[in-house]
Design a protein around this ligand. Sequence first.
Ligand SMILES: [Zn+2]
Ligand SMILES: [Zn+2]
Length: 319
Amino acid sequence: MNTTVLIVSLLAGFGSTLVLAFKIQEKLLEIKSAGVYSWGMIFSYSLVTAGALYASWFGVMEGYSLVAFFVGWFGALYTGLGTSLGLHRHDTHGGFKAHAAVLFLLSMGAWMGGMKKWTWVPDHKLHHAKEDTILDPHSPYLFNKNGDGWGLLWSHIGWMLVDRPQLEKLKKTDTSKVPFIKTEQYLFVPCLLLGFLVPFAFLGQEGLWISFLRMFYMIHVTFNINSSGHRFGRIVYEKSKSRNGTWFGAFLTMVGERYHANHHADQQSAFLGWRWHDIDTGKWLLMVLEWFGLAWDVKRPRYSNKLPPPTPSDVPLAA
Ligand SMILES: [Zn+2]
Ligand SMILES: [Zn+2]
């Protein structure tokens, strides 16, 4: 391990995150909405960023083997599906029902990817209920009604580094029925650590560093739905600012979440890509699970696979 590069990566990771958090707090003060620093998130995100920086240097100097690349890619897909199918489509929106073993594996994927049901589900419900208003936990239009760079940063990562305590009382979601939510407090950290330790045990250093890249990549893919998914792309119905991305965005996202305007238009649908060729691995996995009898009551899109999409009058506003 190169100590100099490690120290530079740590300084860059922690330094850039702290500066960003301070700047976000300044922006919040400008709109008279002082935030509270989330030191746990600031620490975790700094560490992942520092790890990803070192991992990039390691990749340039040593290269990653095909096996390591596959482990990283599979880990990204698994953690992404855990979040998208587990926390999002099942736990938050009830888009399908599934065998407990499937739900447990999806929960493990989400935990391995650093996503917690405990906060994820109430935050996301509030996002739908107050979409792109001042009460949305992560709207890119918070500082400017037309959207700006600070708003984009806020919606992407800022809202997790600096909390707005005034939103807490709005998060009244009953999470008691969310599967494995009680188990989460015991299994979240072990799953998170296993995501790094298992590749390290089998592949050594490159297993560890590819896991940092996997984590960095997939959290930004997820954050990107909150930022770009409400700023860039094609609007599906006029009452929402959410957008569908390009096929390339969907390809990079892998799990189907880049069809974010589709999702806001039809929140219960377990399929996010409505057309057969839309890249939505979550939908494809659900179809396989359904075929094997491991998932059922899978809610199809209300608008079938046909575009053009619904007119605004067809679509109820988010509940
Ligand atoms: Zn949603
Ligand atoms: Zn959204």
